[in-house]
Design a protein around this ligand. Structure first.
Ligand code: HEC
Ligand code: HEC
Ligand code: HEC
Ligand code: HEC
Ligand code: HEC
Ligand code: HEC
Ligand code: HEC
Ligand code: HEC
Ligand code: HEC
Length: 410
């Protein structure tokens, strides 16, 4: 309803073109159908019209004159021409500053450095250009859920081209979407709608899309996994990996199919990711065994402490405080798993040791409270038994007295 009203208003405005305030725009006399598409168009809202992109003469009645190349008319642009058309304003800092000073003005510059832009400049018409990701007439702010570049639609937009059928005849891999859908990131993002997990553009950039080079991977992942990135860069592996030309994080975790991690990934075993460069029995393998053993030990201590606290809770004891303390050792286990990125037995062991100390303290205190409880209960039972015995004796004595009274008679 509202939309229809808005459309009618637009059409009326367009037809009254020639009136005092509305600028003349004969384009829409013949292309009125495009107004509907342009309903939510940000450019229209900002006061731009057809000629701001297409050129031509918006006062001419006849098609030939209106759409005359002599009047600067451009029809459907090639991929690179479209980028230049949009960039004409979007790279113009002074022009953009007036209307929306908060918008960056580097899209075209970035685009030129991207694989899309480089191929477009060489005449590849199938690569993404501004229009592929934003549309041409119904362009919306990227924060609008309907924008194809927006957070909820961008994966769909990239995969609309990055799939086997669109890429037919090209040599680049086309399995990004199915792999991403399997990954921890894809599941969080697509199934749980968790925007903290990266979409395609969080790793590739919006306008500079390219596969991150070996040297950029730490930064790409490190934006969200800062601890692991810092530890890795501080480790001797940072230079070992460079020597092998192996990308930092993705060598062990993959790039699109990043799966949930586990202790089994450590070492040269079946699920081990170290075997790419290490062999069973070498210093890595030995160190890994120790790290794994440490984490297993910590895991067991935490479980034992939980067990003791559970028993105490069932007996009605207040275990809020020790439960809170135990969280510290659970945190240590999480930290230990991150600390493996320092690839140092000592550093992992130090974290494990902290955790084991906390868990042991919690368990010891819970067990001693339990023992105290048992002791008190035992004490109570003895006291109760004594009381019963005493009462029994009293009753017996009373009974005897009564019997004697009856025998003695009144
Ligand atoms: C008198 C009617 C008329 C006017 C006025 C007119 N057009 Fe067109 N336009 C057409 C027709 C018909 C077509 C499709 C056939 C063709 O391409 O010749 C067309 C096609 C186009 C196309 C697509 C070209 C392509 O390569 O597919 C663009 C872009 C366009 N017009 C823009 C404009 C703009 C901008 C204006 C105003 C400055 C304008 N038109 C004014 C009738 C008109
Ligand atoms: C922000 C820039 C921009 C504005 C404003 C704009 N266009 Fe376009 N237009 C484009 C681009 C880019 C394409 C090519 C689309 C593509 O490659 O998919 C296009 C395509 C077209 C086409 C051919 C394809 C189609 O969608 O039918 C016509 C006709 C057209 N425009 C007319 C107009 C008219 C009329 C207006 C004003 C009401 C207008 N355009 C406003 C950028 C613009
Ligand atoms: C491969 C897809 C793609 C291409 C090609 C593309 N964009 Fe974008 N654009 C995006 C994404 C994704 C965003 C950011 C969305 C977000 O912030 O959530 C964006 C954001 C924007 C913004 C908002 C301000 C900003 O920079 O964040 C503008 C303006 C914009 N793009 C214009 C352009 C122009 C102009 C071109 C062509 C030179 C272009 N885009 C090419 C995907 C693309
Ligand atoms: C005539 C100048 C001009 C041209 C040409 C132009 N734009 Fe814009 N565009 C603007 C201005 C100005 C804004 C800011 C409007 C506002 O914030 O009110 C804008 C806003 C946008 C936004 C919304 C940014 C956001 O998230 O707030 C996108 C996306 C966008 N343009 C993409 C394009 C694309 C794609 C093209 C080419 C098809 C294009 N623009 C051509 C001037 C232009
Ligand atoms: C209109 C279709 C289209 C869209 C939309 C698109 N791409 Fe592309 N993309 C291509 C084509 C075509 C290539 C060039 C493939 C080749 O090397 O021949 C390419 C290349 C790339 C490359 C470089 C691959 C390489 O190894 O050289 C990356 C990275 C990329 N795209 C990421 C993205 C991301 C991220 C998005 C979404 C934000 C996206 N693309 C949206 C068509 C598209
Ligand atoms: C967690 C970060 C991340 C996400 C999310 C991601 N990529 Fe990538 N992508 C990478 C890295 C890193 C590479 C480089 C791999 C290499 O060169 O070893 C890459 C490579 C690529 C390539 C080059 C060809 C290839 O597969 O190696 C394309 C195309 C691509 N990605 C597109 C996409 C698309 C489309 C999406 C969304 C469905 C996506 N990426 C999501 C990190 C990511
Ligand atoms: C935009 C932020 C972001 C970026 C960029 C990012 N990630 Fe993630 N990553 C997340 C989030 C959020 C999770 C889910 C965390 C959770 O479940 O606790 C996650 C989960 C993971 C997991 C699984 C952790 C587990 O507990 O099993 C691994 C491994 C991972 N990411 C590695 C990477 C790598 C490698 C890169 C770079 C190629 C990367 N991430 C880029 C945000 C990001
Ligand atoms: C890309 C190759 C590569 C991968 C993958 C790799 N390493 Fe290494 N690592 C090396 C090199 C090279 C050395 C130094 C030579 C040596 O001591 O054997 C090394 C040495 C080590 C050392 C000895 C201490 C040191 O800093 O010199 C440990 C511990 C270690 N790696 C652990 C691991 C673990 C754990 C994994 C798997 C989670 C792993 N590495 C995966 C290349 C790799
Ligand atoms: C040499 C192999 C290797 C490299 C390189 C590597 N990781 Fe890991 N990563 C692992 C292993 C093994 C685990 C599982 C540890 C465990 O659960 O015991 C893991 C676990 C993780 C986890 C989940 C556990 C945690 O720490 O919270 C994340 C997130 C992660 N890595 C991110 C990264 C990032 C980001 C990089 C790059 C800076 C990176 N990894 C580099 C082997 C590696």
């Amino acid at each position: 309803m509202l939309r229809l009203a808005a459309l009618t208003a637009l059409l009326l405005a367009a037809h009254s073109a020639g009136g005092e305030d509305a600028p003349v725009n004969t384009c829409v006399d013949c292309h009125g159908d495009l107004l509907e598409e342009a309903g939510g168009d940000i450019h229209r809202a900002a006061g731009f019209s057809c000629v701001d992109c297409h050129g031509g003469d918006p006062r001419a009645e006849e098609q030939d004159r209106a759409m005359s190349p002599a009047r600067g008319y451009v029809g459907v642009p090639t991929a690179m021409a479209a980028a230049n058309m949009c960039g004409h304003c979007h790279s113009d800092i002074e022009r953009m500053r007036v209307i929306n000073p908060r918008l960056p003005t580097d899209q075209l510059a970035q685009y030129r450095t991207s694989d899309h832009g480089k191929l477009a400049a060489r005449g590849d018409e199938k690569v993404a250009t501004c229009v592929s990701c934003h549309g041409s007439h119904g362009v919306r702010p990227v924060g609008d859920p309907a924008s194809p570049a927006g957070k909820s639609r961008v994966v769909e937009t990239c995969s609309g081209c990055h799939n086997p059928s669109y890429m037919e005849g090209r040599s680049i891999p086309t399995d990004q979407l199915p792999k991403y859908e399997q990954s921890v990131h894809g599941r969080k993002r697509l199934e749980e709608r968790d925007l903290a997990a990266p979409a395609c553009n969080d790793c590739h950039g919006n306008h500079g899309a390219a596969p991150p080079g070996v040297s950029a991977v730490t930064h790409v992942c490190g934006r969200c996994h800062a601890t692991q990135a810092e530890l890795f860069e501080g480790s001797t592996h940072a230079s070992h990996f460079r020597d092998f030309d192996a990308p930092p994080c993705t060598t062990c975790h993959n790039h699109h199919e990043i799966l949930a991690t586990s202790d089994d990934m450590l070492g040269t075993g079946e699920r081990g990711v170290c075997s790419a460069c290490h062999t069973p029995g070498d210093p890595c393998d030995e160190a890994t065994k120790a790290m794994k053993a440490g984490m297993t030990r910590l895991g067991e201590r935490i479980e034992q402490a939980h067990d003791a606290l559970d028993r105490a809770r069932r007996l009605g004891m207040d275990v809020e405080r020790p439960t809170f303390e135990l969280a510290g050792s659970e945190d240590a286990l999480v930290r230990a798993r991150a600390t493996i990125h320092a690839f140092s037995e000592e550093r992992t062991e130090a974290v494990v040791k902290d955790g084991v100390e906390i868990a042991t303290a919690v368990e010891t205190s819970a067990e001693s409270k339990l023992a105290e409880y048992q002791y008190r209960r035992r004490g109570l039972a003895v006291a109760a038994a004594m009381l019963l015995l005493f009462a029994g004796l009293l009753a017996l004595r009373a009974h005897r007295l009564e019997k004697r009274r009856l025998q003695d008679g009144p």
